[in-house]
Ligand binder design. Structure first.
Ligand code: SAM
Ligand code: SF4
Length: 420
């Protein structure tokens, strides 16, 4: 989502006459786009800001700005810790950036007003040249999970008009993009006038040239039959779903205010598996939330085994100011959180490896993305289930092509394949 937001910011600044550079040493303006979801992310940004302060002291007229959720979350502390910042702008203030940059030469310009209607629908982001593009379908969140800062820093839920999404997708298809990822904090809560998320998937699937459609992150409570049916019916919608569960304990899920029980969640997984038999799942898991005990933690491990996730993002609970759970404090020590995190990671590695090894000998269509990060002479791409496939580079195969591969061997994180 931050990549998508940065592309929107780039487009807004380009309209105002700015150009981008890959070299911070020659920039007149340096903007850092940030995340506030966990304290760890914030700590890294502060480290990065002090590096950039050196670039600014070499050229004091150079403007340094901080964008995004962290700007929204704790601007006062930020201005104290990084007094050399010229500009602080929240996620709904990007349209005013040219103006704010104009003002930045005297007082630090701060704009963190949240706007219930801002969707940047008319701004075509500055997409990169990849085969996949991220298209924002909705912004903000109304769910207010007890641990989460998103509704406070990104504001309330609002959907981008379907016609603007489709215009964007048509333009991307014309540029050769093959895969669209629809984005939103609770993307399947999408609603614009009479159009819900299932309908939106079908509308995007009707665009010629687009071969694959994915979306992230859906909320389990909004995984309604119309969305599942659209996924099953539209061959372009890929058989992969990131379905964040957070915990396998009903008591913890209720304390988190997630709005579903494990039974309801598992029912959704079953429904999806019966509608889309080859579907792969990934998830988000938080360990060490307020009052999580050994029993709750064991339930999380149990649920991970029951679902058999193909992959997972796993986090230690991070207490966030402004959230409902903030005043409850931390009850699980840092050492214990680390132990639980190591255990879920180890379990997930085992499950991922098992699931990937079961694919050896199977064939998949892979959308080619480009050279593999590791492995000389190899290309990389994704299977429909969003697994990374590595296969030998052949001169006639280029990014954007779809090739058929057979899996030769597997690790927990990738599949090594032969072309068939
Ligand atoms: N909207 C998505 C959902 O509810 O499923 C998730 C969006 S959130 C930006 C991404 C993930 O960050 C969450 O699923 C959760 O696992 C994690 N997260 C959010 N707040 C957290 C916190 N305070 N501590 C640790 N992890 C957190
Ligand atoms: Fe945060 Fe997701 Fe819950 Fe919204 S639904 S509050 S983004 S975890």
């Amino acid at each position: 989502m931050n990549i998508a937001d940065s592309q929107t910011v780039t487009a807004i600044l380009r309209r105002a006459g700015y150009a981008t550079t890959d070299n911070p040493g020659e920039a007149d303006v340096i903007l850092l786009n940030t995340c506030a979801i966990r304290e760890h992310a914030e700590a890294r940004v502060l480290g990065r800001l002090s590096d950039l302060a050196r670039l600014k002291s070499a050229h004091p007229e150079r403007k340094l700005g901080l964008l995004g959720c962290m700007a929204q979350h704790n601007r006062a502390a930020l201005m104290r810790k990084a007094p050399w910042l010229d500009l602080v702008a929240g996620p709904d203030s990007y349209r005013r950036l040219p103006e704010l940059l104009g003002n930045a030469s005297f007082d630090p310009a701060v704009d963190v007003r949240l706007d219930r209607t801002e969707t940047y629908a008319d701004v075509s982001p500055e997409y990169d040249n990849g085969v996949r593009a991220y298209v924002t379908a909705m912004r903000g969140c109304d769910k207010f999970c007890a641990f989460c800062v998103v509704p406070y820093v990104r504001g309330r839920e609002r959907s981008v008009p379907a016609c603007d999404i489709l215009r964007e997708v048509h333009q991307l298809a014309a540029r050769g993009v093959k895969e669209i990822v629809l984005l939103g904090q609770t993307v399947n809560a999408y609603r614009y006038e009479q159009i819900g998320f299932g309908k939106l998937l079908c509308m995007v699937a009707a665009v010629d040239g687009i071969e694959r459609i994915r979306f992230t992150s859906p909320h389990p409570s909004d995984m309604t039959p119309d969305v599942i049916e659209a996924m099953a019916r539209e061959p372009k919608v890929q058989p992969y779903l990131h379905l964040p569960v957070q915990s396998g304990s009903d008591r913890v899920l209720s304390a988190m205010g997630r709005g579903y029980t494990t039974e309801q969640y598992l029912h959704t997984v079953e429904y999806l598996r019966s509608a889309i038999p080859n579907i792969a799942f990934s998830t988000d898991i938080i360990v060490g939330f307020h009052s999580e005990d050994e029993h709750d933690f064991a339930a999380t491990l149990g649920l991970m085994r029951t679902v058999g996730y193909d992959s997972a993002f796993m986090f230690k609970y991070s207490l966030r100011e402004h959230t409902r759970a903030f005043k409850l404090g931390d009850t699980v020590s840092e050492v214990e959180k680390s132990r639980r995190l190591a255990e879920v990671i180890a379990l997930q590695e085992t499950i991922s490896l098992e699931r990937n090894r079961a694919l050896v000998g199977h064939e998949f269509p892979v959308l080619v993305e480009g050279p593999a990060r590791r492995g000389q002479g190899m290309l990389a791409g994704k299977t429909p289930q969003f697994k990374t496939a590595l296969f030998p580079a052949v001169p006639c195969i280029k990014p954007g092509d779809t090739v058929r591969v057979r899996v030769d061997s597997a690790t927990a994180h990738s599949l090594t394949c032969a072309l068939v």
